[in-house]
Design a binder for this molecule. Structure first.
Ligand SMILES: C[S@@+](CC[C@H](N)C(=O)[O-])C[C@H]1O[C@@H](n2cnc3c(N)ncnc32)[C@H](O)[C@@H]1O
Length: 251
């Protein structure tokens, strides 16, 4: 199962105006010159960040392994008159298709946690480091599993919206934490109304339990030497036991 099945629901579940208002200023402030910047957006989903950054003048390559996500991203880019380069590409194979050097790499929306194991995370982080120029930065956001497990956080609020063709859509997500195996799965369902009938599509995805200690160790081992942790895009302090989100800026 992948994000292919729930691509439209995912994009619909997010209030993009407020999300981009929160995130883009932090991203821009991490760049020396936003108009000359070269940015790589890893697991870009429906491409909203890439489109916004490209429309500000940055050169952006953005990729995702879900063809539905990339199709949506291209459609949104056409209507926004913005032109990032979108690729259908697997994160673990980015070095095969991407050979330029970047000022900034992004990986938002807990996407690193979708990799299968810590070796894959390390592989991606090392590849990112090799693709960044001398002062390049890697900004990524994940959920913080120290807090999530401590508080047994499981249920995300239900979201409702409309597909591009005007059908009502409801998107639900929850975590399934298994105490024996210490594994977490994310269960996602989208409900779409066609006429009077609802159809349901579900997907189940293993999620890595990313915590500050394990990710910091990998970043340092991969050669990043300045690593900052925040709990939001206003640079609020990150507190492992209370912060739900973890925003990392590594140089
Ligand atoms: C939660 S979405 C985040 C999308 C976007 N970055 C955002 O913040 O809205 C996770 C994305 O990661 C993509 N993804 C998951 N595993 C991937 C992989 N191994 N390689 C590339 N993309 C992947 C999914 O298709 C999905 O679009």
């Amino acid at each position: 199962m992948s994000f292919d099945e729930i691509a439209i629901a995912y994009d619909n579940a997010i209030n993009w105006e407020s999300r981009l208002d929160r995130e883009i200023p932090f991203i821009i402030k991490s760049l020396k010159d936003e108009e000359a910047a070269k940015i790589l957006d890893i697991a870009c989903g429906s491409g909203r960040h890439a489109i916004e950054l490209a429309s500000r003048g940055a050169y952006v390559i953005a990729f995702d392994n879900s063809s539905s996500m990339i199709q949506q991203a291209k459609n949104f880019a056409d209507s926004a008159n913005s032109s990032p380069r979108f690729l259908i590409l697997e994160m673990l194979e980015m070095e095969k298709e991407v050979s330029e050097s970047f000022d900034l790499a992004l990986c938002l929306g807990n996407s690193l946690a979708l990799l299968n194991d810590w070796n894959e995370v390390e592989h991606v982080i090392r590849t990112v480091r090799n693709l960044l120029n001398q002062e390049g930065k890697f900004i990524f956001q994940t959920l913080n599993f120290t807090e999530i497990i401590k508080n047994d956080f499981r249920l995300f609020p239900l979201k409702r919206g409309y597909t591009p063709s005007g059908k009502e859509i409801v998107f639900g997500r929850f975590f399934d934490h298994d105490t024996n195996s210490q594994q977490t799965h994310l269960i996602m369902s989208s409900f779409v109304k066609t006429g009077k009938e609802w159809t349901v599509t579900s997907s189940k995805q293993k999620i890595l339990r990313i915590q500050k200690e394990n990710i910091e160790e990998i970043l340092l081992r991969a050669g990043f030497n300045q690593v900052e942790f925040y709990s939001d895009y206003n640079k609020s302090s990150f507190v492992p036991t209370t912060s739900r989100s973890m925003i990392v800026r590594a140089q």
